[in-house]
Design a binder for this molecule. Structure first.
Ligand code: GZL
Length: 340
C-alpha cells in the first residue's frame, strides 16, 4: 500500500512540475510567442473608413484574424493620428501580444513605437509607410509600392494619349494635367506623386505634359468632387487629364465633370489608383479610362506574419502585395472576379 501511495505522489509531483513548466513557458510565450497554442491577441489601429479601398482593407484584416484564430482588438482612428497613438498606448496597457497599424501619415510615430518596444510588443506596419529615426521600432511592413503605382499611372496615360492620337484641348503643345492628391503627409500620396513625376521626367518628351494644378482631395469622393469643381472653374477648357491618387476621388470628380457639361473619360482622360468595384463600373459606363490596382486584401499576409514573429521566426522587413493595371477595355470581363 505504502508503495502505491509513494508512486501516486511521485506521478502527481511530475504532473504538477510539468504544469508549472508549461505555465512558465506560457508566461514567456504570454509575451506572445503563441507557440504553445495560447490565443494570440493583436491590437490593430485602422485609419478610418474614407474610401471603398479602406473598407475592403478593414474587412480583409477582420476576416483574416477570425480565420487565423487571432483575437483582434480593432480601433478606428476617424482619420486622426492622435487617436492612433492613443489606441497603440491602450494596446500596450492591455498587454496585447502584437500591434499592427496603418500610419495615416508617415511621421510622428517614434515615441509611441519606442513605448511598444520597451514593453516587448512587436509592431507590424500595414499599408502605408512610417518615417522613423530607428527602423528597429517595427518588425515588418506589409503594403504596396506607391512609387511604382505612380509610375504605372504616367506610363499608361502617356501611351494612351499617343495611341488615341489625342490633341491638347486648348490647341497648345502640351497636355494639361490636374492632380487630386491623397491625404497630406501620407506616404502613399507623397510616393504616388513622386512616381508620376519621375516617370514624366524620364519619358521621351517630358515637355508634352504640364501639371496645371495639384491639390489634396483627402482620398474621399466628396472632397474629390469639390476640388475638381474648383479646377474646372479655374482651368475648365484647358484640362486634358485627371490623375486621382485614388478611385474614390476620381468618382467624385466624374460627377463634377458631368455637372460642368463635359464628358468624363472622353473630354478629360481619367486615371486613378486602387481598382475598386465602383471604378470598374465607371469604366464600363465609359466615364473613366484606367485604374492602377493597389491591393487592400492584406489581412491573410498580416496574420501569417504575426504568427511567424510570435513563433520567433524571422520575417521579411518589407513585403509588397501583388497589383495590376486595368484599362477600361478589360473592365466588363474583369468586374465579376474582383474581390473588392
Ligand atoms: C493605399 C491606401 C490609400 C488608398 C485610398 O495604400 O493607403 O488609402 O489608395 C485609401 O483609397 O484611402
Amino acid at each position: 500500500m505504502k508503495k502505491i501511495i509513494a508512486l501516486l505522489l511521485a506521478s502527481l509531483m511530475m504532473i504538477v512540475a510539468a504544469g508549472c513548466g508549461g505555465g512558465d513557458q506560457a508566461k514567456s510565450s504570454g509575451s506572445g510567442s503563441g507557440g504553445n497554442g495560447k490565443k494570440i491577441t493583436m491590437g490593430f489601429s485602422q485609419i478610418g473608413a474614407e474610401s471603398e479601398w479602406r473598407t475592403a482593407n478593414t474587412e480583409s484584416v477582420k476576416q483574416a484574424a477570425k480565420d487565423a484564430g487571432i483575437d483582434l482588438q480593432f480601433s478606428d482612428a476617424q482619420q486622426k493620428q492622435e487617436n492612433q497613438i492613443k489606441a497603440i498606448r491602450s494596446f500596450i496597457a492591455q498587454g496585447v501580444d502584437i500591434i499592427a497599424f496603418v500610419p495615416i501619415v508617415e511621421t510622428g510615430w517614434d515615441t509611441v513605437l519606442k513605448e511598444a518596444k520597451d514593453a516587448k510588443i512587436p509592431v507590424i506596419v500595414v499599408d502605408r509607410d512610417v518615417k522613423l529615426s530607428d527602423d528597429s521600432l517595427y518588425v515588418a511592413k506589409i503594403g504596396t509600392d506607391s512609387v511604382t503605382e505612380g509610375k504605372n499611372v504616367f506610363k499608361w496615360v502617356d501611351e494612351y494619349m499617343t495611341k488615341q492620337n489625342k490633341k491638347p484641348r486648348d490647341g497648345g503643345s502640351q497636355f494639361n494635367v490636374v492632380v487630386l492628391e491623397g491625404t497630406v503627409g501620407s506616404s502613399v500620396a507623397i510616393r504616388r506623386q513622386e512616381g508620376f513625376k519621375d516617370a514624366m521626367a524620364a519619358s521621351a518628351d517630358a515637355s508634352k505634359y504640364n501639371i496645371l494644378a495639384s491639390q489634396t482631395g483627402e482620398f474621399t469622393r466628396q472632397k474629390g468632387q469639390e476640388v475638381m469643381e474648383s479646377f474646372l472653374k479655374s482651368y475648365g477648357p484647358k484640362i486634358d487629364i485627371l490623375f486621382a491618387h485614388n478611385d474614390d476621388m476620381a468618382l467624385g470628380a466624374i460627377q463634377a465633370i458631368e455637372k460642368a457639361g463635359l464628358k468624363p473619360g472622353k473630354d478629360i482622360t481619367i486615371i486613378s489608383i486602387d481598382g475598386v468595384k465602383g471604378m470598374f463600373q465607371a469604366m464600363i459606363d465609359g466615364k473613366s479610362n484606367c485604374t492602377v490596382e493597389c491591393n487592400p486584401l492584406q489581412g491573410p499576409l498580416l496574420m501569417e506574419t504575426a504568427k511567424k514573429i510570435l513563433n520567433g521566426e524571422t520575417v521579411e522587413k518589407l513585403v509588397y502585395v501583388d497589383e495590376g493595371i486595368f484599362p477600361a477595355d478589360v473592365a466588363e470581363k474583369t468586374l465579376p472576379e474582383r474581390k473588392y
